[in-house]
Write a protein that binds this ligand. Structure first.
Ligand SMILES: C[S@@+](CC[C@H](N)C(=O)[O-])C[C@H]1O[C@@H](n2cnc3c(N)ncnc32)[C@H](O)[C@@H]1O
Length: 348
């Protein structure tokens, strides 16, 4: 008897993911107060994001992640294109002000999580990038990757299954796969999302494209879900190797948030090249508000992505602009589960 990939959870697991990601909020807030004097800086004058980044010695990606979280916490706001303090931050986080709570927050200034976050913000490099372990979830030629060593690839791939098992039934339910016969699941990991779509759509076949050690796990999962006869496992580097061509649909599930903007644009372009005329790209991910000021759970997840990978969470507007640039007509976002949703882009 095979397992079902399309049986949804009885209880929505989203609160567990939110609680788990909560630590990023206190790390970013403590770093801003105790290590960057961010509120002191902005109490002197409003600044653009670029000016603030320069002042604090932060590159655009860490500046974006930190400021998005503080805006989502209602500590910063944007007026006329410049960042300034909210009433909450003005009264309680400006050093030396009568009701300043900064010293209280600074009790955690030297805690390992805060110190590590400060290093990551300053260096703009993900955890593991400079050690022997390599970075989790991403592979680029010439850099050490945890996805290219069997034990760590297995560990991280199985970890993601904890979310994918819960979300895949929702994706299979809402994804308008129509009469598509071929799906390319780029960076497919365990392949669970594809396997749910295969169980739901009997005419469909899928290619799961990922690193060779990850695909060992995808093979096991294909057996568990009883879809081996309709799955091809394709090892490669999605940035450099030829992708299967002339497919009806491409799925990028939780992929683009691992990469910086130039890589996101490159991947979307490569997906469009792989698609048939009229083919469809599905971006399944989380989405910040277009104004990059929340929601808080996504802003905190963005900090997690920033810490572990070369990416961050992006807004729907950011994704749509890259899709348009690549020649796709995008449709309205449809929610799945655990803050995820899917945007469909059709090759014009
Ligand atoms: C965050 S995981 C997403 C997995 C799955 N799509 C999901 O939604 O759970 C990113 C996946 O991309 C794969 N990946 C990263 N860089 C890659 C590359 N250059 N070529 C192929 N696969 C890559 C990783 O091995 C990993 O399985």
């Amino acid at each position: 008897m095979y397992e079902s990939a399309i049986q949804p959870p009885v209880v929505d697991p989203t609160p567990i993911f939110e609680l788990f990601r909560g630590s990023y909020g206190s790390e970013l807030l403590t770093a801003a107060v105790a290590h960057f004097d961010l509120f002191g800086c902005l109490s002197e004058r409003p600044m653009t994001l670029e000016e603030l980044g320069d002042q604090l010695g932060l590159q655009p990606r860490p500046a974006n992640v930190l400021v998005t979280a503080l805006r989502a916490m209602d500590l910063l706001q944007q007026r006329d294109g410049k960042l300034c303090l909210t009433a909450l931050a003005s009264e309680h986080l400006v050093p030396g002000s009568r009701l300043d709570c900064g010293d209280y927050l600074s009790l955690a200034a030297q805690s390992p999580g805060v110190m590590s976050m400060v290093d990551l913000l300053k260096s703009n490099k993900p955890l593991g990038a400079e050690g022997d372990s390599g970075t989790a979830f991403i592979y680029r030629d010439g850099a050490k990757s945890a996805m290219d060593a069997e034990a760590s690839a297995r560990h991280f791939t199985l970890a993601l299954a904890g979310r994918a098992k819960n979300v895949a039934p929702a994706l299979a339910e809402v994804l308008p796969i129509g009469d598509a016969e071929t799906l390319l699941d780029l960076g497919g990991g365990t392949g669970i999302y594809s396997y749910a779509l295969l169980q739901k759509n009997p005419q469909l076949a899928a290619v799961v494209f990922d690193r060779p050690d990850v695909l060992k796990v995808a093979q096991e999962f294909a057996e568990t879900y009883g879809v081996t006869d309709r799955v091809e496992l394709h090892p490669g580097n999605m940035f450099a190797d030829p992708l299967p061509q002339n497919v009806d649909a491409v799925l990028l599930s939780n992929i683009l948030h691992d990469w910086d903007v130039p890589e996101c644009k490159q991947l979307i372009r490569r997906c469009v090249e792989a698609l048939k005329p009229g083919g469809r790209l599905f971006i399944h991910d989380v989405f910040l508000n277009d104004s990059l000021d929340g929601p808080l759970p996504i802003a905190l997840y963005s900090a997690a992505l920033f810490s572990l990978t070369e990416g961050r969470a992006y807004s729907e507007a950011e994704y749509r602009s890259w899709m348009t640039e690549a020649g796709l007509a995008s449709k309205a976002k449809v929610p799945t589960l655990v803050h995820c949703g899917v945007i469909e882009g059709v090759v014009k």
